[in-house]
Design a protein around this ligand. Structure first.
Ligand code: FAD
Ligand code: SF4
Ligand code: SF4
Length: 458
């Protein structure tokens, strides 16, 4: 077997990109895509497919790239994935499709995500992806929330001829794809193009519609044959330490929403947001990396990520950690925030303790234990909390028949995504708690299949 090194996407220079919101990775050019595609062994049992929650037929689409049949490649991908340009960019491939590639233990897994992005971007540029509305079959479904779970469920139902209406609380569709993940990682124009594909399929969108306030779940059930809940997990979690209510402390969700959805990064924006000089971000997932890299681009001189475990336990995608470090973000590992200090109501510093790792805890990760007398103070004027989110309790509060766990996640059947309310299905972060785009999409697909059965369409 020929030894060919894994190809890497073209990336902007870290010094330049840390000053603007332009997309960091430019992806593969055709030459690199063809070399990378040639590394795929077209394995018969294709373990990579089992690592993809929506079962993209990976060897089949890569085979089309080898033949330079890019339209054919996108057709294969779109059979099971309606957001390939998004997934190619943000899926944690190292723990999904690429994590199971047989080439992983040789010279590195085939770069499936970048190949997927390559064909998806080309199709969007050429306008070769034209979804057309299919004849309606007299059934109606309501989708609550327009994140990846809701959009995927909507696409599959619409493709089967169901009349679909998506209700979204915000004034823009896309969920975290538009309000959370920043422009430099996922350009919003591209998300919009993917959503336009759904509009062409005949999906209706109702914006500024908060189900549980503007309209109730029971009212939707009276009007629609089936309902899907994909409301995500947008409620921020705080550490509950002293000083969290000081001015200059943000939840990552609020900070990123102001900047992404409300355009605070644009010079002509009227959205107020603090531009911290010395910023501390607490947490080590994708949300923390996005917050830190955004703060840097908003002009911060220093940005520190404070995390109580070690590098091995950091949940962020490896690429995001590498990009953050290249851009000058400092990782303060095995460090636990103790309290935030203030001056005249504004953040002035944070007290932290040094930690060491003990035995694994319930999550399977080694438990951080504080080192005695290790407290120290770090000067800062802004703190961003990126330690997790939970589902918003609004829907549950407006419909007590909808059963949830103590953590507020909606209880569903694992296979059908059916909730405790007849005709109502749910998926994505609202069910799992904060997870990933592709898991949310996988749940949207499962639910759509079960909803079609419920409506007696298949
Ligand atoms: P969401 O995307 O949260 O969408 C839910 C939608 O429902 C929202 O638009 C919300 O406004 C709407 N809604 C809520 N309540 C109501 C209501 N009552 N009525 C009407 N509408 C309502 N995952 C990855 O795979 N890779 C990454 O790199 C990555 N980076 C991330 C970075 C950030 C900053 C964040 C916050 C998350 C990131 N994630 C990443 C996680 C991923 O984005 C989520 O797991 C995914 O978006 C969940 O999809 P969803 O459809 O369940 O919910
Ligand atoms: Fe891999 Fe995500 Fe594409 Fe599936 S959708 S093949 S997990 S990049
Ligand atoms: Fe290609 Fe790797 Fe999948 Fe085999 S496991 S088909 S080499 S991508």
């Amino acid at each position: 077997m020929a030894k060919i090194e894994r190809q890497h996407p073209i990336e902007k220079d870290p010094k330049y990109r840390a000053t603007c919101f332009e997309e960091v990775s430019e992806g593969f050019n055709e030459e690199r895509a063809l070399i990378e595609a040639s590394r795929c062994l077209n394995c018969k049992n294709a373990p990579c497919i089992t690592g993809c929650p929506v079962n993209v037929n990976i060897p089949a689409f890569i085979a089309k790239i080898k033949e330079k049949d890019y339209d054919g490649a996108i057709k294969v991908i779109r059979k099971t994935n309606n957001l390939p340009a998004v997934c190619g960019r943000v899926c944690p491939q190292e723990s999904q499709c690429e994590g199971r590639c047989v080439r992983l233990k040789m010279e590195g897994a085939v770069s499936i995500g970048n190949l997927e992005r390559f064909v998806a971007d080309m199709a969007l540029k050429k306008g070769t992806v034209k979804s057309e509305a299919v004849p309606k079959i007299g059934k109606k479904a309501a989708i609550i929330g327009s994140g990846p779970a809701g959009l995927t469920c909507a696409a599959d139902l619409a493709a089967a001829g169901v009349e679909v209406t998506v209700m979204e609380a915000f004034h823009k569709t896309g969920g975290v794809l538009v309000y959370g993940i920043p422009e430099f990682r996922l350009p919003k124009l591209l998300v919009q193009q993917e959503i336009d594909g759904l509009k062409n399929l005949g999906v209706n969108f109702e914006l500024n519609c908060v189900v549980g306030k503007t309209i109730y779940l029971e009212e939707l059930l009276a009007e629609y044959d089936s309902v899907f809940i994909g409301t995500g997990a947008g409620l921020p979690v705080f550490l509950k330490i002293d000083g969290e209510n000081l001015n200059g402390v943000y939840s990552a969700n609020e900070y990123l929403t102001r900047i992404n959805l409300m355009n605070a990064y644009k010079p002509d924006s009227h959205t107020p947001v603090k531009k911290g000089k010395n910023v501390i971000v607490v947490g080590a997932g994708n949300v923390a990396m996005d917050s830190a890299r955004t703060a840097k681009r908003m002009g911060a001189e220093t940005v520190k990520i404070v995390y109580r475990r070690s590098r091995d336990e950091m949940p962020a995608r490896l690429e995001e950690i590498r990009h953050a470090e290249e851009e000058g973000i400092e990782l303060c590992l095995l460090t636990n925030p103790e309290k935030i200090n203030g001056d005249a109501g504004w953040v002035s510093s944070m007290n932290c303790k040094k930690m060491q790792l003990g035995e694994p805890d319930a999550s399977g990760r080694r438990k951080p234990i504080e080192i005695k007398d290790s407290e120290f103070e770090v000067k800062c004027d802004m703190v961003i909390m990126a330690i997790g989110t939970s589902p918003n309790p609004l829907l549950k509060a407006s419909c007590n028949k909808l059963l949830t766990t103590v953590k507020g996640t909606i209880i569903t059947d694992n296979e059908t995504m059916k909730t405790s309310v007849d005709g109502v299905y749910a998926g994505g972060d609202a069910v799992t708690g904060a997870a990933t785009v592709i898991l949310a999409m996988g749940a949207g697909k499962k639910a759509a299949k079960a909803m079609l059965e419920y409506m007696k369409i298949v």
